[in-house]
Write a protein that binds this ligand. Structure first.
Ligand SMILES: NC(=O)c1ccc[n+]([C@@H]2O[C@H](COP(=O)([O-])OP(=O)(O)OC[C@H]3O[C@@H](n4cnc5c(N)ncnc54)[C@H](OP(=O)(O)O)[C@@H]3O)[C@@H](O)[C@H]2O)c1
Length: 317
């Protein structure tokens, strides 16, 4: 089969930088987070260490965390697994512009603390978690990101949850300092097609900014394991209520059908669809089995007509 997007390659370039990562990463929000993901119930540090190892062994070299995940525990766990295994990986973390961070220097201090928790002198990618631009302006945060690169606290810089217009502004502000905007991390999946519809994906591609797709499995829904009779636990059940789960059945059926054709699971098909769109999905994984399954989205590619069929089946989202 042809490989027009070159998805079967082992690495892809992150933005316009010299960092190269696997075309699929792993997100670590659930690592240490008790509130939303119930860390400590059914999974803990040993399961996550196994997930990390299985990801690396499955060819994944890109890991995303944030200072707010598990109030720092996610960064600590990721850093520990990274050092213990001693295999190369690209680590990304994020700065949250909390209301009391009213000076742009706060970002540099937060980054030093993130690096300390990760146990690295310089993180690979530092992202602004949310576009909060008061009292520090968008330009002010970009100046801080540029300072962070100059001070060798991060190799590259990105943003998260920024709109198309804000992405352009961030790109321009960094360009004035001679630093490329590497990435914008936003929700993108078969149950959240907004980046395609609102022009963000196209703009990122035009600017040479990598779109990192979060919640690429729709918080687990696209695995097909949650149904009307087995709804997702906690807050996820509010977003994916009975009615929505019912409406998703045709899409989940198609994921199953295409999976059978490729010898893949619905989750692997859903992740491959994101990669076919030119974005890097970062699914969460709580244990070895989930990490192995997610890594199985690498190394093969849906056919263009199958991507189109999924586009149609997920049209309403
Ligand atoms: N920048 C932002 O604002 C932002 C926001 C959200 C997420 N993110 C990032 O994106 C990452 C991924 O997003 P996400 O965790 O929200 O959603 P997701 O990747 O769509 O779903 C992850 C969840 O689905 C389940 N799962 C994953 N793989 C599975 C498999 N193979 N089989 C069965 N179940 C599986 C697990 O939960 P259960 O086992 O409990 O079902 C897992 O925690 C986060 O970890 C974080 O790094 C960023």
């Amino acid at each position: 089969m042809t490989d027009p997007l070159n998805l079967t390659r082992e690495v892809m370039r992150l933005g316009q930088t010299d960092l190269h990562v696997s075309p699929l990463g792993i997100g670590t929000w659930a690592w240490g987070d008790r509130l939303f993901w119930s860390y400590g119930q059914g999974y803990g540090e040993p399961e996550l260490a196994a997930a990390y190892r299985a990801s690396i062994e499955g060819g994944i070299t890109f890991f995303d965390t944030a200072e707010v995940y598990g109030l720092g525990l996610s960064e600590q766990l990721l850093g520990r697994f990274y050092r213990d295994l001693g295999r190369p990986a690209v680590l990304a973390t994020k700065f949250m512009p909390l209301p009391w961070r009213w000076q742009r220097q706060c970002l540099l201090q937060a980054l030093r603390e993130s690096n300390a928790r990760l146990g690295v002198p310089t993180v690979d990618l530092y992202q602004i978690h949310w576009p909060v631009h008061f009292p520090v302006s968008l330009e002010g945060w970009m100046e801080s990101l540029a300072d962070a690169v100059d001070q060798n606290l991060t190799r590259t810089v990105g943003i998260s949850n920024y709109s198309t217009e804000q992405t352009r502004q961030a790109h321009q502000a960094l360009q004035r300092r001679g630093i490329p905007l590497t990435s914008n991390q936003v929700e993108f999946s078969l149950v959240c097609r907004a980046p395609e519809r609102n022009g963000l994906l196209k703009t990122c591609q035009e600017l040479g900014v990598t779109l990192i797709a979060y919640s690429p499995l729709g918080m687990g829904i696209l695995t097909g394991k949650y149904t009307v009779d087995n709804p997702p636990p906690g807050a996820r059940g509010l977003r994916f209520n009975r009615e929505r789960l019912q409406k998703l059945q045709p899409l989940l059926g198609l994921l199953r059908e295409l999976g059978q054709q490729h010898g893949k699971t619905p989750a692997q098909v859903a992740l491959n669809w994101v990669m076919c769109k030119g974005a890097i999905p970062i699914p969460g994984a709580k244990n070895l089995r989930q990490a192995q399954e997610n890594a199985g989205a690498l190394g093969w590619q849906l056919q263009p007509d199958q991507v189109t069929a999924l586009d149609h089946a997920s049209g309403g989202w």
